[in-house]
Design a protein around this ligand. Sequence first.
Ligand SMILES: [Fe+2]
Ligand SMILES: [Fe+2]
Length: 178
Amino acid sequence: MSLITWSDFLSVEMAEIDGQHKRMVRLINGLDEHMRKGDANDIMAGVFNGIVEFAGIHFATEEQWMARYDFPGFPEHVLEHQQFTATAVELQNRFSSNQAEVTAHTMVFLQDWFYHHLLGTDKLLEKHLHAMSTGHLSSSQLGSKDAQAAGGVSVMLRSPSLYDGYTATVPLLFRRVV
Ligand SMILES: [Fe+2]
Ligand SMILES: [Fe+2]
C-alpha cells in the first residue's frame, strides 16, 4: 500500500497546483518503496534529491500565485516552505555524502509535512482565490487555520505530530552510517 494516497479531499481546486501535489505524492511514495525494499543508499539519496528539487519548483509556483493575487497569508506560507527546505537540504546533504540513510522516520516526516502543509496552509490559498473569484473576500474568510479547516481536517491540524517540532528532531530523521 502506498504511503500517501491521492484523493479529491487533497485537491486545492487549482489544476496546476494539484498536478504538482500529485507529482510530490508519486515522488514520496517512490522513496518509500525504495526504503522498504532496502535499496542502496545512493539510489535513495538520488530520489530524495529529486524530491527536494521538485519541492523548490512547486514552492516557487505557489509563491507566484500568492504574489499575483495578493494573498494576505504570504509571509507565513513562505516561512513554512523555507522551514521545510532547510530541514530537507540538511537531510539531502547527509544522504548525498553517505553520512546517513533514509529511514522510516524520514518517510513519516515527508508524509506528515505533506498532509499538514497541504491541508492547513495550501488550502488557505485555495480559499483566498475562490473568494476573490466570487467577490466574497472578507477578513473573516482569512482567519485562523482552525477556522478555515473543516471537520476532520481541523482535528488533524490540532493533533500532535512530528511536524510540530520537526526542526528540533532532525537527528531522528535519518540513521547514521558507521
Ligand atoms: Fe503545496
Ligand atoms: Fe505551500
